[in-house]
Design a protein around this ligand. Structure first.
Ligand SMILES: [Zn+2]
Length: 170
């Protein structure tokens, strides 16, 4: 009998994503990353044609996870993930690395190659990276606001100095 899936496919910030529908315990199985097995040479050809769902198992074999029946392909990348991919008995599975609450998006780290080659050019959109960018923007705004206040204070001080003279001419 097939295991009941602890997730659903839903809208995420970056398209579709996997969302927990029930609590998932740490190290619990979530889904298999399913697909046909290719040699790495075959996989390179598909990659050149834009296939983004290739999962290299080892130096010889890659899984082509682009089929729609592969629900694992809907799990998005995060730099602060709550799941991981794990090779077990020749299969790639996603499993929890912490307790996942219902409603949480299930994410895993796609790895350095993917980050460098695919994500970096347009900026990572995971929660962690968006928070990092937001706090950088906040810091930038704070610097500007401080500079503006300094300018206003200088101007105010200048006006105070001039005021007595202006009054004297009235
Ligand atoms: Zn990120």
């Amino acid at each position: 009998m097939a295991r009941k899936k602890p997730f659903r496919i839903g809208r995420s910030r970056t398209g579709l994503g996997l969302f927990a529908t029930e609590p998932i315990k740490k190290y619990a199985f979530i889904v298999e990353y399913k697909g046909r097995r290719l040699s790495n040479e075959q996989a390179e050809k598909l990659e050149a044609r834009g296939n983004r769902y290739l999962y290299e198992i080892n130096s010889r074999r890659t899984i082509d996870g682009s089929g729609r029946s592969n629900l694992g392909r809907y799990a998005n990348h995060s730099c602060r993930p709550n799941a991981e991919s794990h090779l077990t008995k020749g299969k790639i599975i996603l499993r929890a690395i912490k307790t996942i609450r219902p409603g949480d998006e299930i994410t895993y780290d796609y790895g350095e190659d993917y980050y460098r080659n695919v994500i970096t050019p347009r900026g990572c959109r995971c929660v962690k990276c968006r928070q990092k960018r937001a706090s950088a923007r906040r810091a930038q705004r704070a610097v500007k606001a401080r500079a503006l206040r300094r300018k206003q204070r200088t101007r105010a001080a200048a006006m105070t100095r001039h005021r007595p003279r202006r009054r004297a001419t009235r």
